[in-house]
Design a protein around this ligand. Structure first.
Ligand SMILES: C[S@@+](CC[C@H](N)C(=O)[O-])C[C@H]1O[C@@H](n2cnc3c(N)ncnc32)[C@H](O)[C@@H]1O
Length: 573
């Protein structure tokens, strides 16, 4: 099943009114802080039982279910609670074939064929049958409910991106397939927001969609009226008849990782255009891109004796990822985390090829580097809070610089793949917040007053059309580039990794190992190794300077890809 547009849909259109879930549940860690029915934050001393209102308490009858048996692992208690709600929902037709419960795909055969999960599904189904005191002879329906939840439920996030729990929606949403280059996205709206507070460009939007092979008569808003409401919005222009797609996973990952993410979470191999592209899309090559520098320009190597680039890249990735994981699990302090990650980002690692030493670095847009910038921005921010007065500003400044750099990098990727708009917008917002946070600290330190307003761009104005958004995106970049001519060197002072870059939106290196060099000279010394095994001898790629990529009409990007020989991207003036 799939959903297709019944008519042309403009960018930024809500495809149907906010949808209530058929069933939902908080994760265990939020059960005492959030309303189990509508997911809103409860007051500091919450009422017992834990609902925000009498209406919410009426919709949720299974919160006090008995202790979950350990055999249900790896199925989470929130999956079981959602399955219980689903079976208890008046909007669910339990008399139809359990293999397509309420017309939702259950992937029953796929999940039951996997021994790592089928045993747990079986135990969980027996547990659910006991709770609902089912007198059915078998637990087929309970199994189907669990499989429907595992196949279709989505994680619910609050406005800060915190994952609160899961929710399952009817076929209007659940029939929307995944794409790694989707044309739509979804988000959750506060239950207290009325439909009229939500921006809807076309109030007739429910007629924008055609449900293929629709057989159920369920109305769009059937389900748990108090649960977290979901909105689907177009992020590209969609032609009549085109399939509506959203992303089920983080899109800022290269193809192999996206595929394994989808397999481990949803048990399917993605067959979308981005995954099937050959040669791979520009963004997928650059998300895994690495740089080599000639030996005399480098001094430090973290892993001696490596003669294989793939192995060297693997070590570099593992080292950074371990530092990130250790930081997130409190195993290392923020200062050590910054030192470990920055040392690999800045110095890269050494390897030998044809008995020549080379230094390998992650490309600034490498997916591990992106995760590193997020961690570094957070770690420096924590250091700013924990610091003595003297270095508070320095720590906040570098935190803002990493956040701004991340926004610039994601914007660069967004220019080539428009579905990265959501990530780029989030990173720009974070960067803006950290810069706003830094400004008063600096003013206090400098004891000056200032009223700074941007007159170059109209960033806060909303854009309606594709052309407007492109123009606004160009304005923002030109504004950031102009401002960063004066601020970037200040923001990055004392941070050797970021000091190498000309600005947060230009990734051509300005120095290698402390030596300031002309950018053009650098570029001839850098080889962009995107997929080394596919490059032929003598191929030298050049990092595409940001301005050049930006000034290219988007329609040229596929040409750029098609004109490549091997996997190296050549770019000529
Ligand atoms: C939420 S459902 C989407 C609707 C589903 N196609 C249906 O018939 O009801 C998710 C399931 O659809 C299939 N699916 C979704 N996107 C896919 C894609 N890009 N490639 C292959 N299968 C996909 C997978 O079986 C996945 O588990």
């Amino acid at each position: 099943m799939e959903i297709r547009a019944a008519e042309d849909i403009e960018i930024r259109t809500d495809l149907f009114p906010p949808l209530s879930p058929l069933a939902s549940s908080l994760y265990d860690s939020f059960l005492s802080s959030h309303c189990s029915s509508c997911f809103s934050l409860l007051p500091p001393s919450p009422p017992q039982p834990l609902y925000c209102s009498a209406a919410c308490s009426l919709t949720d009858s299974f919160t006090n279910s008995p202790q979950f048996p350990p055999e249900i692992t790896p199925i989470l208690p929130s999956d079981i609670r959602t399955s219980l709600h689903l079976l208890n929902s008046t909007a669910v037709d339990t008399s139809s074939s359990p293999h397509r419960l309420n017309n939702l795909l259950t992937n029953h055969h796929l999940l039951m064929a996997d021994p790592s999960i089928s045993v747990a599904i079986h135990h969980a189904a027996n547990f659910i049958a006991t709770v609902i005191r089912s007198n059915r002879k078998n637990t087929e329906l309970e199994e189907a409910a669990i499989c429907a939840v595992l196949t279709n439920a989505v994680e619910v996030h609050d406005s800060n991106g915190l994952a609160l729990g899961i929710a399952l929606y009817n076929s209007s949403f659940s029939w929307i397939n995944h794409s790694c280059s989707p044309n739509s996205c979804y988000r959750f709206v506060n239950n207290r927001t009325s439909y009229h507070d939500v921006h809807v460009t076309n109030t007739e939007t429910s007629s924008n969609l055609e449900l293929q092979e629709q057989v159920c008569g369920t109305s769009l808003n059937s389900g748990n009226g108090n649960g977290p409401k979901l909105i689907v919005r177009s992020i590209k222009r969609i032609k009549s008849g085109e399939e509506i797609t959203v992303s089920y996973i983080d899109l800022l990952q290269p193809t192999g990782l996206r595929q394994s993410d989808l397999w481990s979470k949803y048990r399917f191999m993605c067959n979308c255009g981005r995954c099937a592209a050959s040669p791979p899309a520009y963004v997928d090559s650059i998300l895994e891109g690495v740089l080599t520098l000639e030996s005399e320009k480098t001094t430090v190597g973290h892993f001696d004796g490596s003669t294989n680039k793939d192995e060297a890249v693997g070590k570099m990735n593992d080292y950074i990822q371990e530092a990130i994981d250790d930081f997130l699990s409190d195993n290392i302090d923020p200062k050590t985390c910054c030192e470990m990650i920055e040392s690999v980002l800045h110095h890269g690692i050494q390897f030998k090829e044809d008995s020549q030493p080379h230094c390998l670095r992650l490309h600034a847009c490498h997916y591990v580097a992106l995760n590193a910038y997020i961690t570094l921005a957070t770690a420096y921010r924590i250091r700013s809070i924990d610091s003595e007065t003297g270095i508070v500003c320095d720590m906040s400044r570098i935190s803002a610089a990493y956040s701004l750099f991340l926004a610039g990098v994601s914007h660069h990727l967004f220019c080539a793949e428009r579905s990265f708009a959501i990530s780029a917008a989030k990173f720009w917002k974070n960067a803006g917040e950290l810069l706003f946070d830094l400004a008063p600290k600096l003013l206090m330190e400098l004891s000056v007053e200032s009223d700074v307003k941007c007159t170059k761009c109209l960033m806060l104005e909303t854009s309606n059309s594709h052309r407007d958004i492109k123009e606004k995106s160009r304005q923002i970049l030109s504004c950031v580039r102009d401002i960063s001519q004066v601020t970037w060197s200040f923001l990055t002072r004392g941070c050797p990794y970021l000091e190498k870059f000309r600005s947060p939106v230009d990734f051509s290196l300005t120095r290698t190992n402390g030596e300031r060099e002309e950018s053009s000279k650098d570029q001839t010394q850098l080889k962009v190794i995107i997929k080394e095994e596919e490059a032929t001898e003598g191929q030298v790629g050049i990092i595409i300077p940001f301005e050049k990529l930006e000034s290219l009409p988007l329609s040229h990007l596929p040409d750029l890809k098609a004109s490549t020989t091997g996997m190296l991207y050549h770019f000529h003036d």
